[in-house]
Design a protein around this ligand. Structure first.
Ligand SMILES: Cc1ncc(COP(=O)(O)O)c(C=O)c1O
Length: 405
């Protein structure tokens, strides 16, 4: 008799963004005359850069001609894209990453969910709290966690590293030793970043404990300060303890186009086994390659024209981040993030819970954000706003919050 994977049944019901979506829909249905501004979900809104569109059109035309038609892509991704990545994302920053250490995929979400498969079933994971939910949920599905406690909002058998104002939203080395450490910096949801020195401490710790860091650098393009590393491989000896996830979603607007990559260095060995080979095996078995057209689009991001357009796009969002950050700060809110990240993280006023503030903002200002508690118990009392709206709406949203008094 077939049975379901009971680990799935452990997952608590509703996903954060579906609850947010439901509440907003209900409000809009009840108040059709109100114009609701969405600064909640971390999706981009600007169209793809022209250089990317041009490359996609050209690739589409190639697919129409027998001589240039492409079928399955190589397992690891096309060489033209992997070499552009190695050159621009790493070599230019003084980091040596070989092309066969780069695995092209269709998203950092799926990579961050799938990477746990190459580790032992009894691996202990450590995550920041609050956290991008995929890291925990993917480990729940594979049976690596214990039970969920709805009172604490935590799973047993998971090491939580609280990131709050008290530690400036930077996790401290855990008391209990983990096997896998998920770090995402610049961070979703807090918008905080780690300096090179802070990240080096984690690398040294992981090497000492023989743990592996899964470093999610999806927001790397938003870094504006020189002391913040763009890649974990800027840290000494990271090649023996780290895997890095990158995405084209937030730097180049590929959220609906889908393209990402994972770096697994060849020096990363566990009990003499190269994780690079395991991930290659896994990738080759379960993934049949990102589309040629999209990989050409990704290549165009690294062209001179593409780089300029991507910079303008990130600049546009970061201007919004500044508008939210400065606007709320001038109103007396306690705000952080928004400098190396498109996320602004604010303390809810008057000791409101995250969801109380969500309702308050929706009803009184018609502005949608994301309750911090949805990302983990240490997010309670915090709220996330994103810089991905239009400038016009961002200005309007801050004005509406100002009028709340
Ligand atoms: C931390 C983090 N990693 C990964 C992703 C997903 O990236 P992708 O669009 O490449 O799947 C997101 C999206 O919001 C994210 O916040």
């Amino acid at each position: 008799m077939a049975k379901v994977n009971e680990n799935f049944l452990k997952l608590p019901g509703s996903y954060l963004f579906s609850t947010v979506g439901k509440k907003v829909r209900e409000y809009e249905n009840a108040n059709p005359e109100k114009e609701v501004i969405r600064l909640g979900i971390g999706d981009v809104t600007l169209p793809l850069p022209q250089a990317v569109i041009k490359a996609m059109h050209k690739a589409v035309d190639e697919m129409a001609v027998q001589e240039t038609f492409r079928g399955y892509a190589p397992d690891l991704g096309y060489e033209f894209l992997r070499s552009a990545i190695a050159e621009h994302d790493f070599k230019k920053r003084g980091v040596d990453i070989a092309e066969d250490e780069i695995f092209i995929s269709d998203g950092a979400k799926s990579d961050s969910a799938n990477i746990q498969e190459i580790f032992a079933a009894d691996s202990k994971i450590a995550v920041c709290d609050p956290v991008y939910p995929v890291y925990v949920d993917s480990n729940v599905m594979s049976g690596r966690t214990g039970e969920y406690n709805p009172n604490t909002g935590r799973w047993s058998n998971v090491i939580y590293m609280p990131c709050t104002a008290e530690n400036n939203f930077a996790p401290e080395l855990p008391a209990e030793t983990p096997d896998l450490i998920y770090l995402c910096f610049p961070n979703n949801p807090t918008g905080s970043a780690l300096t090179r020195q802070q990240l080096q401490r984690w690398v040294d710790y992981a090497n000492e404990k023989k743990a592996v860091i899964i470093f999610d650098a999806a927001y790397e393009a938003y870094i504006s300060e020189p002391e913040i590393p763009h890649s974990i491989f800027e840290c000494a000896d990271a090649r023996t303890c780290a895997i890095e996830l990158r995405s084209f979603s937030k730097n180049a607007g590929f959220t609906g186009t889908r393209l990402a990559y994972t770096v697994v260095p060849k020096e990363l060995l566990l009990d003499g086994t190269m994780l690079n080979s395991l991930w290659a095996r896994r990738h080759g078995t379960k993934f049949n390659g990102a589309p040629y057209i999209i990989q050409r689009a990704g290549e165009a991001v690294y062209s001179e024209e593409g780089q300029q357009q991507v910079k303008e796009m990130v600049g546009y969002y970061m201007e919004n981040a500044k508008i939210i950050y400065n606007g709320l700060k001038s109103l007396g809110y306690t705000v952080s993030g928004g400098v190396n990240s498109p996320y602004i993280w604010l303390k809810t006023p008057q000791s409101m819970t995250s969801w109380e503030f969500f309702d308050y903002l929706l009803e009184k200002a018609n502005v949608v954000g994301t309750p911090g508690s949805g990302f983990g118990p240490s997010g309670e009392g915090y709220f996330r706003l994103t810089a991905f709206g239009s400038k016009e709406n961002t200005v309007k949203a801050v004005e509406r919050i100002r009028k709340l008094g």
